[in-house]
Design a protein around this ligand. Structure first.
Ligand SMILES: [Zn+2]
Length: 354
């Protein structure tokens, strides 16, 4: 796992400033419908390094057998797994998240019908837990990064450790020796979101773990060019948007959508509170087919809960016009500005509570 590009949380000084502003702005709620929506969206902030995903995402990502073993603690039939008799040099990775688990030079044939290792690849990749299912006490081993079930460890292995890690092939991927590490966390994705004033949208997403970059701009207009003055006039047809780049291994698109719908009112056409005009429309400019499908599902789910229909546009991303420099990081650079105190700060606070 490459954790090098994990987004840094704001420094203590900056955080204290933001926090004090939030306290100051506590009574100011910009959109009354939002609190209900925030509750509906639910979810706790993930504060650990663990990869946490909704089960339906794991289902989409894994084969049926991998899901049964990794997520439902299943066991593959002995002598059937890909890596049972496998002897190539390399590293065994978690099939769910790419975490390094075992090295081929600790693999041996235990005769049990499952791949066996007498040690783990490092101290951090594999976690163990007591397992008293099946009427006996065993020690289950899981991937310490995503929690995926691997198998069990027994004390009847060869020297030097005397351990036998008995692992399902379905839980493993193999990376041949000499090949560059499969950096599953380097595949970043982008989505462009319109949720009213782009200062708010940017500020609400900047702190999110797994979001690697946010900037603001204009998208979706009929005119070829866009600048703040002309977009604000409502004549170009562009929406104020935030372009969000994220690592889907660290933050799911569902979570991005959850925040998006919580920080604005998706039921008011071309309007967010006092901000009125097509530039403030609710819009998801998707960059992948998966994002489109997920966005449509999220809207369907919201429509079932909300009194008013969701008017969010779900359209493919088109030409992006980066906004003027003074609009970038506006909340961070202008926390004392009245609009930030009244409108942006409560949204950041709300987003952080999700
Ligand atoms: Zn894993």
């Amino acid at each position: 796992m490459n954790r090098e590009n994990r987004k840094q949380r704001p420094g203590v000084a900056g955080f204290t400033l933001v926090l004090s502003m939030m306290l100051f702005c506590w009574p100011l709620t910009y959109c009354s419908a939002d609190s209900n929506r925030a509750e509906a969206a639910g979810g706790d902030e993930d504060v650990s390094d663990k990869i946490v995903k909704p089960e339906d995402e794991w289902k989409d990502q894994l084969t049926a057998e991998q899901y049964r073993v990794l997520r439902e603690k299943g066991t593959e039939r002995p002598f059937t797994g890909t890596y049972n008799k496998f002897t190539e040099d390399g590293t065994y990775l978690c099939a769910a998240c790419g975490e390094e688990l075992f090295a081929s030079d600790t693999k041996y044939d235990s005769g049990s019908g499952w791949p066996a290792f007498w040690d783990t690849a490092n101290d951090s990749g594999v976690a163990s837990h007591d397992d008293s299912s099946l009427g006996m006490v065993r020690t289950e081993v899981t991937c310490s990064s995503c929690g995926g079930h691997l198998g069990h460890v027994f004390e009847d292995g060869p020297e030097p450790t005397g351990l036998r890690y008995c692992v399902n092939s379905a839980s493993l991927d193999f990376q041949p020796a000499g090949e560059a590490a499969a950096d599953v966390s380097a595949e970043l994705e982008t989505v462009v979101l319109g949720a009213g004033c782009f200062w708010c949208t940017e500020a609400a997403f900047e702190w999110v773990d797994g979001v690697t970059d946010v900037d603001v701009g204009y998208m979706g207009g009929e005119k070829k060019d866009a600048d703040y003055k002309r977009v604000c006039s409502g004549q170009t047809g562009h929406a104020e948007v935030a372009r969000i780049t994220y690592d889907p291994m660290k933050v799911s698109f569902q979570r991005v959508l959850e925040l998006f719908f919580a920080i604005h009112d998706p039921t008011t056409l071309n309007r967010q509170g006092a901000d009125v005009g097509p530039q403030y429309r609710s819009a998801i400019f998707y960059t992948t087919e998966e994002q489109k499908v997920a966005a449509e599902k999220a809207v369907e789910a919201l429509n079932a809960k909300l009194a008013d229909p969701v008017v969010t546009e779900i359209v493919p991303a088109v030409e992006y016009h980066l906004a003027e420099t003074y609009h970038q990081d506006y909340f961070r650079n202008n926390p004392e500005a009245g609009y930030c105190q009244a409108v942006v700060a409560p949204k950041v606070k709300k987003a952080k509570k999700l």
